[in-house]
Design a protein around this ligand. Sequence first.
Ligand code: TXA
Ligand code: MG
Length: 357
Amino acid sequence: MDGEMSFFMDTQVVRIDPDNLDHGALKRAGALIKAGGLVVFPTETVYGLGANGLDAGAVKRIFKAKGRPSDNPLILHISRAEDLDRLVAEVPTTASMLMERFWPGPLTLVLKKSPLVPDAVTAGLDTVAVRMPSHPVAMNMIYYAGVPVAAPSANISGKPSPTRTSHVVYDLMGRVDMIIDGGDVDVGLESTVAEVTGGGVIILRPGGITLEQIGEVAGEVFIDPAISNNNAMDIPRSPGMKYTHYSPDAEVIVIDGILDRVVIRIQQMAEELESQGKMVGIMATDQTRALYKRGTVISVGDRERPRTIAANLFAVLREFDGIGVDVILAESMDQSGVGLAVMNRLLKSAGYNIVRA
Ligand code: TXA
Ligand code: MG
């Protein structure tokens, strides 16, 4: 497993049914990780690209396989709460309460790290991100690996995170040792990342566990100002490409405002873009899909059930790329509950390109 990694690796694809676990295959995947290999595995949020989190060499191969900048730290995944102790310097009471309530599940805690954690994982920070996923395939594979599993989302850096096996195969076939096909994921957006170092809780990335849910346990919760940029809806076009992330090949434009006006504005924009010869995709919702008369219309889910939108968002962005549209016009979503995470990802995929209806 040492030496220069070529991108023409022999990638095994192994199907594991989450409802009928193949423990032999899970043990093989765990052993591969422990030995320094790269294994893509399903979690309840998105697919992860896993390696032995205590092996700096293996961790560096993750960055290479997805083309990720080395200054972006990774999450360590564990299968039992007690595995946390040797990875962190201390566990604040608030962190224990959050773990008690939300682990296993889509909550990542950023805590002061212990010396055991390699710098390659934390990008040299003095904190480490840890999470215990609830997906049975992830849990068992991590357990059999016997080491914390470092895993970013299993996409090529900058692309939408993978929520279906086909996404992973498209991005990483030939770049990893094994891909576990565990079917479609559940949440569809990455975990909530919360820093719990001083007294309080700061949300660094909104996700499947909502601000409201964390507030119920922790009392006061702060949001990283970088995320509150989501509220800068009145800025028509915002800064640069350095914020671009989760990006399909097509240009994404988010149209914000009262829903009736959003629909009208999208119709107008679609007409204008088509007259310029552009192929237009419209990211609609179940409530609005029938109202559009132009472009390729795909519903991302039901506005009354924002979790359906979270589950479909990345898949729909990738679907538009498969169709080959030039521009995706996306309706903005309500930001309460999981909507905060949905809008965070959507605005990033658009490079904060927002138009007010
Ligand atoms: O749901 C998820 O969290 C998925 C699945 C595979 O578990 N993983 C995931 O990993 O989304 P990744 O690498 O795509 O995103 C990890 C995020 C990044 O934004 C990274 O900057 C942040 O967590 N992060 C990791 N360690 C950190 C630290 N010590 N301090 C602050 N942020 C950290
Ligand atoms: Mg990612």
